[in-house]
Design a protein around this ligand. Sequence first.
Ligand code: BGC
Ligand code: IFM
Length: 814
Amino acid sequence: MKFGHFDDAAKEYVITSPKTPLPWINYLGCEDFFSLVSNTCGGYSFYKDAKLLRLTRYRYNNIPYDSNGHYYYIKDGDTIWNPGWMPAKTELDSYQCRHGLGYSVFEGSKNQLSAELTMFVPMGNTCEINKLTLTNHGSEHKEISVFSYVEFCLWNAMDDMTNFQRNFSTGEVEIHGSALYHKTEYRERRNHYAVYAVNTQLAGFDTDRESFLGAYGENSAPEVVINGTSKNSVASGWSPIGSHHIKVSLAPGESKSFVFVLGYVENPVAEKWDGPAENGCINRKPAEELLKRFDTTEKADAALAELKEYWNNLLNHFTVSSSEEKLDRMVNIWHQYQCMVTFNMSRSASYFESGIGRGMGFRDSCQDLLGFVHLIPDRARQRILDIASTQFVDGSAYHQYQPLTKKGNADIGSGFNDDPLWLIAGTAAYIKETGDYSILDEITPYDNDESKSTDFMEHLRRSFNYTRTHLGPHGLPLIGRADWNDCLNLNCFSEEPGESFQTFGPSEGPNAESVFIAGMFVKYGKDYVEICKHKGLEEEAKEAEEAIVSMEKTVLDAGWDGEWFLRAYDHYKQKIGSKECDDGKIFIEPQGFCVMAEIGLKEGNCLQAMQSVEKYLDTKYGIVLLQPPYHKYHVELGEISSYPPGYKENAGIFCHNNPWISIAETVVGRGDRAWQVYTRTCPAYIEDISEIHRTEPYVYSQMIAGKDAPNFGEAKNSWLTGTAAWTFLDVSQYILGIRPDYDGLVIDPCIPSTLSGFTAKRDFRGVTYHIQVKNPNGVQKGVKVLTVDGAIADGNMIPFDPSKKEVTVEVIMG
Ligand code: BGC
Ligand code: IFM
């Protein structure tokens, strides 16, 4: 069942019922000011950091679900309704929510009155614009009232929801004309405040929540709205809100528009130290300048047009056109959009991440980069250097860091032994995309300490060497606290299984080893070798190559289980992910990574591993992480078996590593299967089962419940997942096969035999490539002829030639 449809021309998903299985959200903002907005106008805003500078209050896990947001109440006679249905939940005569790129539009109508509410964050500004247009479609004159409503958060979201003894006495506001100012914290000489204004005269206002809602009131039926009159309340302590009351008269057929602006304002630094102006009043000048920029509908419309232009240009760097409408839709719009959102948010704020928990992940951010480096290479470069600055001198790394301070998070610390290698992965992707080797010379600190700095190349060297020098009894990399799988904690052991429990904490044990990290070492080690060679470090490249060859051998000797790659060895040197195990016989991660690394490709291990994945891990909704699930809790395996079978890392369909298998299938040349794996979790391809899948049908979720769970097929944790980057990488670079390499662009499609070809446009280092792929014989892989600007080329790599601006490429598969 569907709850809407894609509008590809407008680059929107159109939701046609407010009662979606879960709130289906969008993200507004692509610089410093961000809002989350659901299809019923739920959500909140923050500036830069969802924990420390949150403008509006949201209650996660509230009832009814998703019941705080940026709301507009329309009072038409005795009928009270909202354009996005919530929170009054009055049945609407019509409803539509269009989530577009960086904006959302809500269209509701009731009793021949329609409201169109457009929400977006304009480029270069720190505010959210809400443009509300009301139209009288009836034959009678209408006199209506509009009440706006936002509830302010007292900035630090964690403190806001815990420290009531203080917070009930700190709230302060100011009211000037149609602008409501929230200035809690300003008194302490912080230099920021929020403003919520509208470009028309007010009939009244409220800034105190209880006055607006009434005693024990709720936002579904605020007392002020029911009575039709604001109380002009001035909040003092308790819970400041912003509510405007405007009276609107509409002749038959008449439309009127209003522009509401919710802004974040900082005073210039000098004024910060002057403290509040006389009488404790804020300096309104910067706010007034901000409001003036959007004080007419024309200005708001122009800002929306500019935003759309920004997104159109951004997504135009890579486009595809084929007979597969859903493929085109995902590649041209939604994959890349989700990649940008993961760039902006990392794992901080979604409807599953509260914005106060995790900051930026070292591993996550490096992987996200793989999906957005072609869109914003300069920002990717900075991101790489920020990440590397949280590395320790020995090459290991803080697992997470805070976006505002960019400092490593000491509470979580280090010990995730895959982290260092992801830095090589991200850097290799950046260099292949841009050809910019100068990043290697950047002087970059360790642990944010300038006195401990080296060039960035040394960071990569220490990353590579960290793995090389942390090997276990079989010569495989030590796993530390965990590798990619956060929940496989093999150093969390009991001396006697089932008895005393001991944990090594952040350090690693001497035994537990990871075949997954071995696969990473081989795959990204090869990139390290290339980078060394480019720097003229021949000796070092040779040594690194030897270490890689030796690791490949070790994997084939100690990490192969007969039909698939083993997952790990635990603290007791027992196999994990082996036919010898009762549960958890086969895991997905090493199959993906060892095959991507081409370990045993010639010997047949890769194909065999792929066949085993298909045989043991496949389901109709995607590939599960392991089989059989752990039915009992195993203290010696850590968090993994704390999940019931079929959820999360215990045999859920982890969308993130499905594209690893799809890419691995292209390595063994099975285009039909790579395609099947891609489409099974791909949002556009499963839109029809939205009632089962439940999360947004336009973006990936982290996990879909596996076949061992009662709710098989139900997704959770949408938006902020490494799946975004990996699936885009899979489809663009391995299935469509348009792959940046160190010296040029490789064209190596691996497509389903039923696809007769496609065309693509790809910007690469300032040159535009117009690529046409033909598949006359219905093969799955193989380039028979590659023609570049009419000349037949050698092989399938187009060497980069900066003298050209446009290149025409024709590929005949066969
Ligand atoms: C979750 C993982 C997640 C980790 C973050 C675990 O509880 O299962 O998916 O990566 O927490 O620290
Ligand atoms: O690899 C992790 C990721 O860093 C956060 N989400 C879960 C994944 C698997 O545990």
